[in-house]
Write a protein that binds this ligand. Sequence first.
Ligand SMILES: N[C@@H](CCC(=O)N[C@@H](CS)C(=O)NCC(=O)O)C(=O)O
Length: 216
Amino acid sequence: MILIGHYDSPFVRRVAIAMRLYGVAYEHRAWSVFAQSQEIAAYNPLKRVPTLILDSEAGEAGEVLIESSAILDWLDETVEPDRALIAASGADRRAALKVCALASGLADKAVSLVYERAVHGRETPLWVERCRSQIDGVLAALEGDRAARPGPWWFGEAINHADIMVGCTLRFLSEAHPEAFDADRWPALGAHAAACEALPEFAAVVLPFFVSPPKA
Ligand SMILES: N[C@@H](CCC(=O)N[C@@H](CS)C(=O)NCC(=O)O)C(=O)O
C-alpha cells in the first residue's frame, strides 16, 4: 500500500506512526500538496494528504482512503481487537475521540495560519486572532486533561490514537509557530510530546517543517 504526503504534516504522521505501531508495511510517496497537486489529484480530487492507496487483490493500486481518521478507522479494523490503538466502543472510545478531535482541530488551525502567510501572502488580523485563541484554548483543555491522568499514556498503560495525534500536533505547532507553544506553560503536554518523540515509531517519520511555495 502507498501512503501519500510529507511527514511534516501532523495528519500524515499520525497515520504513518499508527501503521508502524501495527507493523503494517507501506511505500511512502512524499508528495507536496502544492508542487505535486496533480499527482495527488489522480488519487484524491481534494488534493489533500494523507491519502492511502490500498493494494488490490491483483497487487495493483486499489481502493483509495482519504482523511486521517477514516484511514485509522480502516487500519483499526485490520488488527486483532486487543491490539487496536483505541477502545472499540463506549466512554473510553468517546473520550479518546474527543482528545483526537481537539488535537486535530488545533492542527487544522495551525495549518490555516501557515496558509494565511504562505498562500494569501498577508495575515487577516481577525482570522489570526481567532486561530490563536482557539489554539490557546485547546492547549489549556488538553493540558488540564493530561495533567489529571497519571498513566504513562493518556488512557493508561498503552499508547492510543489520542496520544499520537497530540504528539504529532505539538511537534507541528512547535515548529510552525514556535511562539504558540511554551513547554513551561504547558508542562504536562511538554512531557507528553517528549515521551512520544522518544519512541522509534515517531523518530522514524520526522521531516522538519518547511513551506514550499504554492504553485497550484
Ligand atoms: N482533516 C484532514 C486534514 C488533512 C490536511 O489538512 N492536510 C493538509 C496538509 S497538513 C493538506 O492536505 N492541505 C492541502 C489542502 O487542504 O488543500 C485529515 O485529518 O486528514
